[in-house]
Design a protein around this ligand. Structure first.
Ligand SMILES: Cc1ncc(COP(=O)(O)O)c(C=O)c1O
Length: 480
């Protein structure tokens, strides 16, 4: 590392500030390494004592400054024990991914860069890496090669971006300019969704001024995928259809090939929420589950769940650049740019961190086959979970399509799942510490949701987790 700072910087205060930054950045990396080294020895969910220790943060802001070292020490000593251990392969909650080594390392470097990715003039490297990483995502997902893609904070913002783009495009085709006229008095847009639409898409509709309460819900099958035979055939040029790749409980995807062509022929717009499930397209063995998804108009996904990028890595993809630009561009003389792809014109964000860097790093490290392997591996681990839990007498209520395993526990092994037993097992697992998985409700039944979204999960993790789950179940049965 270059430590001779004097030729370029001579003012003592500037030198001191930079030296402090170098020292504390190095110290942060050292502490981050220590945190990871301790992770295998910690329960997956933090102890009650560690959570109670967070009270130390709740105090009035003091008057006097503190050193960055001192603040970092407090953060590590008080904060680190109160984290959930996400990257040890045994956190199965929500659809929280782990983090790939290359992506985590890139995040540290990009933090030192501190780039604003809004305009290429602000950060040439952020612009190029966003463009390249987003294009790689489009390619891996088998989407139209000339589609435009960029990073957002998450899949929710990617859904929002896609839906606003759809709204404005449909209305523009009907001769209504939302940018000039707003929505009041606009021709009404008909919105059709599957009954298992994710709340993120509904919230995005709400934010876009399209009343979720008025959407038409199409029935779904036992796996939560839209029943194509029940899908309306009278959609028109003012219809927005929201489809889903990867149900959050079962992993099932809607029958894109049976729905999208008709909707688009009649002039409507299809947006696909594929937060994690769209990544099935990156696996030659799983691709058929999302067959026809490439025919949609816009897609939302993210790299921070299944792909194991750090958070803040949503991706929105739109077939026609002009539609995205119409909805998202904003102009001011001080932000004028002659570049072809200023990020501030492609999403709701203006100032933004260099989000594409981490996804670029993990894709560059894994390569095409490595991404397919990541996706296939999680699905294999989900199947192993399902097999072992079934062998132990639990009820896997939907065979995992991808990486999600919904399961219930009965009064006895082999007996039908029981809501109270399942809820008690879920609570016991959280306290036992070998793994973490959350509860949910599926078709009115209380379930344990196991989401295998951390690339670090091994077959040994699955076996150890199933052993722990079965032990918790036995302990719960003893109390019923
Ligand atoms: C299908 C689906 N869509 C959207 C989201 C929201 O994603 P994010 O948390 O990145 O906003 C999720 C989150 O689990 C999801 O499963």
């Amino acid at each position: 590392m270059a430590t001779d700072l004097t030729p370029a910087l001579t003012h003592p205060m500037a030198l001191a500030r930079l030296r402090e930054r170098i020292a504390v950045t190095t110290e942060a990396a050292r502490r981050a390494g220590g945190y990871l080294a301790a992770a295998p020895h910690r329960p997956i969910a933090p102890t009650a004592d560690a959570v109670a220790g967070l009270e130390a943060f709740r105090r009035p802001l003091q008057d006097a400054p503190r050193t960055a070292h001192d603040v970092l020490r407090e953060l590590d000593e008080v904060g680190s024990p109160a984290t959930t251990v996400q990257a040890m392969g045994r956190y199965f909650g929500y659809v929280n991914g782990g983090v790939e080594p290359a992506a985590a390392a890139a995040s540290i470097l990009a933090g030192a860069w501190d780039q604003n990715a809004a305009l290429p003039a602000q950060s040439p490297v952020a612009s190029v890496l966003d463009e390249v990483a987003a294009a790689w995502v489009v390619d891996l997902l088998g989407l139209p090669h000339d589609a435009v893609a960029t990073f957002t904070t998450g899949a929710t913002l990617a859904n929002f971006t896609g839906i606003v783009t759809a709204r404005d495009a449909l209305l523009a085709r009907a001769g209504w300019d939302v940018n000039e006229l707003g929505l009041i008095g606009a021709p009404p847009i008909r919105v059709v969704v599957g009954d298992e639409v994710h709340i993120s898409a509904l919230k995005s509709l709400r934010l876009a001024g399209l009343a979720p309460g008025l959407v038409e819900r199409v029935p779904v099958d036992a796996r939560g995928a839209i029943d194509a035979d029940a899908f309306p055939t009278d959609t028109d040029a003012l219809t927005l259809v929201l489809l889903q790749a990867g149900n959050v409980t079962t992993g099932a995807s809607d029958p894109f090939d049976r729905i999208i062509p008709g909707v688009r022929e009649r002039g409507g717009w299809v947006h696909v929420d594929g937060a994690f499930g769209l990544w099935a397209a990156a696996s030659p063995t799983l691709r058929e589950q999302v067959w026809g998804v490439d025919q949609a108009d816009s897609w939302a996904t993210d790299a921070h769940k299944w792909l194991n990028a750090p958070y803040d890595s949503g991706v929105v993809i739109v077939r026609d650049y002009r539609d995205l630009y119409r909805a998202m561009a904003m102009h001011a003389p001080y932000l004028a740019s002659t570049d072809s792809r200023p990020l501030m014109h492609l999403s709701p964000h203006m100032s933004q961190r260099a989000r594409g860097v981490e996804t670029w790093a993990l894709l560059a490290a894994r390569g095409r086959s490595g991404i397919a392997e990541l996706v296939d591996h999680s699905c294999a681990m989900a199947s192993l979970f399902a097999d072992l839990l079934r062998e132990a007498g639990a009820e896997v209520i939907v065979e995992p399509a991808l990486n999600q395993v919904p399961v219930t526990f009965g009064q006895e092994p082999g007996a039908p799942g029981d809501d109270a037993v399942t809820a008690a097992v879920t609570r016991a697992i959280a306290q036992e510490g070998t793994l973490w998985a959350g509860g949910s409700v599926w078709n009115g039944r209380t379930i344990l949701r196991i989401s295998v979204s951390d690339a670090a999960t091994t077959a040994d993790d699955v076996r150890a987790s199933v052993d722990a789950i079965v032990a918790c179940w036995e302990a719960v049965r003893a109390t019923f």
